[in-house]
Design a binder for this molecule. Structure first.
Ligand SMILES: Nc1ncnc2c1ncn2[C@@H]1O[C@H](COP(=O)(O)OP(=O)(O)O)[C@@H](O)[C@H]1O
Ligand SMILES: [Mg+2]
Length: 228
């Protein structure tokens, strides 16, 4: 099977005063297209650091990342921005929607950061993505007028609007009640059928067990990697 992402010897070291913090201490992983992967591990084990680097929001200190055949670990800011807006989607625990924009505007926004943006095409794509997550009836609401579960569905629409190859969801259910946890996990799981790879970070074993493959991290390393 060819890998969507192939990671070798990935390290991220933060200098804190006189001390080095090894947030990632040498990670090797492969993700295939269409996989549903959960990353489990205690707080501080490096899960978010890994997501931010793979999501092109941060760069590693050492190591290699081959993404769709291209070495991307040390790309410049422009190329990283291109990957962020064209190949990956991100879902955060705290939703990160812009409060002054409507639901439709929030979801269309990533497309407006692309080269030669087309506002009408962006709005049309945003409507399709919002339909996909069952939020078509709230296009003109502001995030503050939605429940937590609804906000996370809008955030998932924003993550898929650009047709990414992979979605990184960092503790996406951390702020949700039980019913919405199920809804959001069902929605993320259903993206697999469309060929999107989903990497879900959680510290909750019951959430992780929704995925076919569970990777456990500890102290910046992969401790266990099992298919269920
Ligand atoms: N910007 C930063 N500066 C210094 N240390 C950091 C920074 N980001 C994360 N760390 C440290 O790196 C380790 C891993 O953090 P993180 O990836 O956020 O873990 P997790 O998401 O698993 O809770 C922790 O010890 C954390 O304190
Ligand atoms: Mg984290």
């Amino acid at each position: 099977m060819t890998s969507l992402i192939s990671i070798r010897g990935l390290r991220k070291t933060y200098r804190m005063g006189d001390e080095n913090v090894h947030a990632l201490a040498g990670v090797d992983l492969d993700f295939a297209a269409g996989e549903f992967v959960a990353i489990l591990g205690p707080s501080g084990s490096g899960k978010s650091t890994l997501m931010h680097i793979l999501g092109f929001m941060d760069t590693p200190s050492e190591g290699s990342i081959v993404f769709e055949g291209e070495e991307v670990a040390r790309l410049g800011a422009d190329r990283r921005a291109w990957y962020r807006s064209n190949r990956v989607g991100f879902v955060f625990q705290s939703f990160n929607l812009l409060p002054r924009l409507t639901v439709l505007e929030n979801v269309a926004l990533p497309l407006l950061y692309r080269e030669r943006p087309d506002a009408e095409a962006a709005a049309a794509a945003a409507r399709v993505a919002l339909e996909r997550v069952g939020m078509s009836h709230r296009l003109d609401h502001r995030p503050g007028q939605l429940s937590g579960g609804e906000r996370q569905r809008v955030a998932i629409a924003r993550a898929i609007v650009g047709s990414p190859a992979i979605i990184f969801a960092d503790e996406p259910t951390g702020n949700l009640d039980v019913r919405n946890v199920d809804l959001v996990l069902d929605l993320l799981g259903s993206l697999i059928q469309e060929g999107i790879t989903v990497v879900l970070v959680t510290h909750d074993l019951s959430v992780a067990e929704r995925a076919r493959r569970v990777i456990t991290m500890r102290a910046g390393l992969v401790q266990e990697d099992r298919q269920r």
